[in-house]
Design a binder for this molecule. Structure first.
Ligand code: ADP
Length: 316
């Protein structure tokens, strides 16, 4: 089959444990946690026992080790993660507001996360990749974008598959070139994993049903729409639809839910499970991850997710 590979930003995240007033103030912090949406996704793939590998970069620092040690422990092949001698590991500082929204301070542009390129190790990995997963957020990082373009062409030309999580925050304005690349990526996706209004944005039309129809016309084969605490819905181009209610948990930290959900869904499908079964594991992975602080601290192994499913009610 070949491994599932994710290309993109690797970061550490530091989180404020109290709710702030929106402006930087002295607050108790926890972290550093391994993070970056692509890293969270691939960590969940590795934990579930799927073959998984990551392309990205960290600096020569302890923040980098937090990530590479963690991914290795999760069973992820880290041979194509480069160690940048000149730039530090990327970082994100996160604070929650009273209304549940988040403020981020990122250091990506001047970090190793924005400096990696095509290399011999990357070429070796992409030559044996069975499935490529791309996060839309990586398209705003020029170096990741170049690697993604090349990797998508190679993997698709060899008959491999592609999944795309638009991962576009509302406030993120894409320039024309990025918008065009994003549309091309969506059209090449076998599986699309949008969340909320990203569905309509990816389709370029309004209305859920219209967007789903449009995306299938564009060539997407399977869509799983993430709806946060409400659950998720699977749509297939033959017209099938499955609604998966969310598990009833107490949300502590929503960061990473969608990435864990996507990593679990994709891995279960690649391991041969039905959409229904994959949705159950994915919903469990997303829900379990929101119960703990840290972007991927709740990502689960198969055994942990089985135990979670057996002991947790679904929301009505
Ligand atoms: P994203 O992080 O990409 O916006 P979501 O927030 O929709 O994604 O989360 C992905 C999935 O994780 C949801 O479809 C749901 O199954 C699960 N999930 C997320 N938040 C919760 C929650 N508060 N309670 C239970 N399940 C949740």
């Amino acid at each position: 089959l070949g491994p599932t590979v994710c290309v993109g930003e690797i970061l550490v995240e530091i989180v404020a444990t109290t709710v702030g007033n929106g402006f930087l103030e002295a607050q108790p912090l926890v972290g550093p946690f391994a993070s970056g949406a692509p890293a969270i996704f691939i960590s969940q793939c590795g934990r579930l026992g799927g073959q998984a590998a990551m392309v990205g970069a960290v600096g020569v620092d302890d923040f980098g080790r937090v990530n590479t040690d963690r991914l290795k422990r999760d069973g992820v092949d880290i041979s194509a993660i480069s160690i940048d001698p000149d730039y530090p590991t990327g970082s994100a500082f996160v604070r929650y507001r009273k209304d549940g929204s988040r403020d981020f301070v990122y250091n990506i542009a001047t970090s190793a996360a924005a400096r990696f390129g095509w290399s011999g190790m990357v070429a070796d990995l992409i030559d044996r990749t069975g499935h490529l997963h791309v996060m839309g957020s990586a398209l705003s990082v020029p170096s990741a974008r170049a690697v993604i373009d090349k990797a998508v062409d190679i993997v698709k030309a060899r008959g491999g598959t592609l999944s795309v999580d638009p991962n576009l925050r509302k406030e993120l304005k894409l320039d024309e070139d990025t918008e065009r690349r994003f549309a091309k990526l969506v059209a090449a996706a076998d599986l699309l994993l949008p969340s909320g209004e990203e569905l309509e944005r990816a389709a370029g039309v309004e209305g859920e049903a219209e967007a789903i129809q449009r995306l299938f016309e564009m060539g997407v084969k399977e869509i799983v729409l993430k709806r946060g605490a409400v659950g998720a819905t699977y749509f297939a181009h033959q017209g099938d639809r499955i609604d998966a209610p969310a598990f009833a948990v107490q949300e502590v930290d929503p960061t990473g839910a969608g990435d864990c959900f996507g990593g679990a869904y994709l891995t279960c499908r690649r391991l041969g499970m039905s959409p229904q079964q994959a949705l159950t594991y994915a919903s469990a992975a997303g829900a379990r991850n929101v119960t703990v602080l840290g972007p991927m601290e709740g990502a689960g192994t198969r055994g942990e997710l089985d135990a979670f499913i057996a002991s947790t009610e679904r929301r009505p």
